[in-house]
Design a protein around this ligand. Structure first.
Ligand code: HEM
Length: 425
């Protein structure tokens, strides 16, 4: 298959159109049947992008992305992520949506996630020390305490699993980690909703102005906080970022702001949707739920299986730096390449009965945190938070029931739930 020239009608696309890239499709659930078909028939296949409405400076425009190679098999996803020289994060950034101008691209490239080595490796070193297994282990007690408090607060009333448990815990943990007042977690929530929920009418609504304004607000916040920490350092990540030196260099103010916002967003929605998705599938599969309830030792593997099953971040983007071949498919230099973790994590050639949720699955080499040089920095922390939530809920899990419909985020990036009304009966 060769890539259709740009502007080719969607009907030419071997992936059968724009479904994978259309945020609204995901409000009905992840199109797993389509992913399974692609893995079988064309694990590297061209997808055209839908027309999406954007609002900018009071004007409403329709725009269409360039189209991309959808990479859906475990083997090909792994190959792309472990070949950063052929598949760059910096060329056009790591997000599916194309930068709108050279300035936009330049701005994006300041973010860790949108960099290639050596700049990427240099910046990553500033944050790595705060996320080692040992550093995260030190947070175990406080995470457990937060999880217990969050569950306790939900008991005896109608509540929303997403708002009151899944969103609340990562926010509390982030306030500790970043060293900000608890009350300001509402700001963190709004910022990350606006950024990650860009395409959802309830949040970003495709409003570019609101998107940019969110960055401005968040940067202003961290600049003020940094001034305070310079005067009075504390035992938190921000103070560490201010004082740490790598190769004799400190972070610039801009780098600091960008890292901080990345951590706020990366540490927030991802873990939220892991927790809400884990609870949703456990409620749908009572025998699996009972195994978690019966055996506390089952919790870490259950959290791992939830990571595979939910895959909160469904995809990231790379750009081919040269003409190349991926799983037999010719790819041209400059082409957009999108790796679907969500599909790789159900690849039947790696996961036996991959479309079944199995709490004690072992081995479980899922790619929910990616692989290669950009492997998720928060992996240990996210695992800890998911396990702490299940531990805190275990005594009540069999009495947990949904009382209303689960609603989903309109996003082709985050496998997100917006609302899950529930109670303990
Ligand atoms: C269930 C929860 C999470 C999931 C599924 C997840 C997933 C991912 C994935 C797939 C990547 C790779 C990006 C790429 O290859 O381009 C990534 C990178 C990253 N994650 Fe996470 N993440 C989670 C939680 C967290 C948390 C809690 C934090 C921090 C508080 C965090 C911080 C980061 C950072 C800073 C990067 C960029 C690393 C780099 O570019 O070198 N993540 N994450």
């Amino acid at each position: 298959v060769t890539r259709p020239s740009s502007g080719a009608p969607a009907a030419l696309s071997p992936a059968g159109g724009t479904q994978l890239a259309d945020p609204s499709v995901y409000t009905q659930g992840v199109p797993h049947a389509e992913f399974a078909r692609l893995r079988r028939e064309a694990p590297v296949s061209w997808v055209s992008e839908p027309l999406l409405r954007r609002h900018i400076d009071g004007r409403s425009t329709l725009s269409r992305g360039s189209g991309f190679w959808a990479v859906t098999s475990y083997r090909a996803v792994t190959e792309v992520l472990r070949s950063p020289n052929r598949f760059s994060s910096a060329a056009k950034g790591a997000f599916l949506v194309d930068p709108v101008s050279p300035q936009d691209l330049e701005r994006n490239r300041q973010l860790l996630i949108n960099m290639d080595d050596p700049a990427h490796a240099h910046l990553r070193q500033f944050v790595m020390a705060s996320f080692t297994p040992r550093a995260v282990q030190r947070m175990r007690q406080s995470v457990a305490t937060h999880a217990a408090a969050v569950v306790e607060a939900a008991r005896g009333r109608d509540f929303d699993i997403v708002r009151d448990i899944a969103a609340e815990l990562p926010l509390l943990v982030l306030t500790d980690l970043l060293g900000i007042p608890r009350a300001d977690r509402k700001l963190l929530l709004d910022w990350s909703n606006n950024l990650v929920g860009f395409d959802d009418p309830q949040f970003g609504g495709g409003d570019v102005g609101r998107f940019r304004e969110t960055f401005v607000q968040a940067y202003r916040y961290v600049i003020e906080l940094a001034e305070e920490r310079r005067r009075r350092p504390a035992d938190d990540l921000l103070s560490a970022l201010l004082t740490r030196e790598v190769d004799g260099r400190h972070l610039s103010d801009l780098q600091l702001c960008q890292l901080w916002v990345l951590l706020v967003v990366a540490g927030n929605e991802t873990t939220r949707n892991l927790i809400s998705g884990a609870l949703e599938i456990l409620l749908e599969r009572p025998p699996q739920l009972r195994r978690v309830v019966a055996d506390g030792d089952a919790v870490p593997a259950a959290a791992e299986e939830a990571l595979r099953w939910v895959t909160p971040i469904m995809q990231f983007r790379r750009t081919a730096t040269e003409d190349t071949v991926l799983d037999g498919q010719v790819i041209s230099a400059g082409d957009k390449v999108v790796v679907y973790f969500i599909s790789a994590n159900r690849d039947e050639s790696v996961f036996d009965r991959g479309d079944e949720f199995e709490v004690s699955r072992s081995p479980n080499p899922h790619l929910a945190f990616g692989t290669g040089p950009h492997f998720c920095l928060g992996a240990h922390l996210a695992r800890l938070e998911a396990a702490a939530t299940l531990d805190a809920l275990r005594p009540y899990l069999q009495r947990l029931e949904l009382t209303g419909p689960v609603t989903r985020l309109a996003s082709n990036f985050m496998n997100g739930t917006k609302s899950m009304p529930a109670r303990f009966n």
